[in-house]
Design a protein around this ligand. Structure first.
Ligand code: PLP
Length: 387
């Protein structure tokens, strides 16, 4: 059973309906949305329609959606834009240790510009404590930056509580919802977020298209200069086909979300239960229930995650050893380290993230194949004795 894809947190396949919606904008509808003629107007109308669909997915209004090239740009724009525009009022930013590098590195860059950054710890499930966050707030705090769900362990953060706290204290709140958007319900008003980032390729849309939600009246400034596109909030000719794909993916995700989440949860639990029952010295990482319904992550003591990954690859199964963005590196994941895992155990981390095309038969195949792979690696591993 080759070609099983369990790496949907890295990226997802484009749905056929999304591809069909995009194709005309790569061919006959090639106009520039800023042009006044009919070609331009067709493209402009497509952007407007996509904006409505993205807004609907997160209960925002279309005017609050700024299209970007993806999650990384949205996050960079949000954090940098708020920090620079509020620098005269305060220079303190709060974030947490398990954020994606798009957040952590942007905060680090701002620290180089003289901002103070508090990086909050997380508990053993990867959750920030909202009480600790409250204590970290100072008179100079201008921005709270906490993700909705973690990409490595799937843990969902107490975003509603954090949002309420930020609102009460008048602090701008940005949420990286790249892993959650299109998979679980998101309501920017219920969550009290001022800015929220999302990315099409994580929910069956194309790569290179994303959006930043910016609540009306949020103090903020653009990162990209050089044109009046996106009402002067993001310069540069729009990726029309990509944005059309983002819009269609948002529409489909909104429509199918409840059923897909329920279906994936059943498969995910089958994988988790099978893994914990069938193998020795395996731990589930992340929160046992406050986690994305399609996300299962483990540590296999006594082996290197990369070696398990290779063994699975040979059997036609694609998974990930931690985050795809860092899987080239052999260091144990900083997320697992922040959660307090033992280094030797963290080295055996594996992530299985499910999507629309996965089946029960694929889960069962994976469960059958992984046991012998881990056993063989353990029999050869110098790490085995240390765990
Ligand atoms: N934030 C999180 C939590 C992610 O998982 C990712 C991608 O893996 C990103 C941001 C970056 O998004 P993009 O790939 O669209 O730049």
């Amino acid at each position: 059973m080759p070609g099983i894809y369990f790496d949907h947190s890295a990226t997802t396949p484009v749905r056929p309906e999304v591809y069909e919606a995009m194709e005309p904008f790569l061919r006959e509808h090639f106009g520039n949305p800023s042009s006044f003629h009919a070609f331009g107007r067709t493209a402009r109308q497509a952007l407007d329609e996509a904006r409505e669909k993205v807004a609907q997915l997160i209960n925002a209004s279309p005017a609050e959606i700024v299209f970007t090239s993806g999650g990384t740009e949205a996050i960079n724009t949000a954090i940098t834009g708020v920090a620079r525009s509020l620098a005269s009022q305060g220079r303190h930013i709060i974030t947490c240790a398990v954020e994606h590098h798009a957040s952590l590195d942007t905060c680090r860059a701002l620290a180089g510009e003289g901002f103070q950054v508090t990086v909050l710890p997380v508990d053993r499930h990867g959750r920030v404590d909202s009480g600790e966050l409250r204590e970290a707030i100072t008179d100079g705090t201008i921005l709270i930056n906490i993700m909705h769900a973690n990409n490595e362990v799937g843990t969902i953060m107490p975003v509603e509580e954090i949002g309420a706290m930020a609102r009460e204290r008048g602090i701008v709140f940005h949420c990286d919802a790249v892993q959650s958007a299109g998979k679980v319900p998101l309501d920017v008003n219920g969550l009290n977020v001022d800015l929220l980032s999302l990315s099409a390729h994580k929910f069956n849309g194309p790569k290179g298209a994303g959006a930043l939600y910016v609540r009306k009246a949020t103090p903020w400034q653009p990162l990209m200069h050089g044109g009046a596109q996106e009402r002067a909030r993001r310069a540069g000719t729009e990726n029309v086909a990509g944005i059309v794909g983002l819009g269609r993916a948002s529409e489909l995700a909104g429509r199918d979300m409840a059923g897909e989440a329920a279906r994936c949860r059943v498969l995910r639990d089958r994988l988790i239960n099978g893994m914990l029952a069938g193998l020795e010295d395996v731990v589930l990482t992340g929160h046992p229930d406050k986690r994305l319904p399609m996300h299962a992550s483990f540590c296999f003591a006594g082996v290197e995650g990369e070696a398990v990954l290779l063994g699975l690859d040979v059997k036609g199964i694609a998974a990930s050893s931690g985050s795809a963005c860092t899987s080239g590196a052999m260091d144990p994941s900083y997320v697992l380290m922040a959660m307090g895992l033992d280094t030797a155990v963290a080295r055996g981390s594996m992530r299985f993230t499910l999507g629309m095309e996965n089946t029960e038969a694929e889960i069962d195949y994976c469960l059958r194949e992984i046991g012998p792979i881990v056993a063989r690696l353990r029999s050869m591993s110098p790490l085995a004795g240390h765990c």
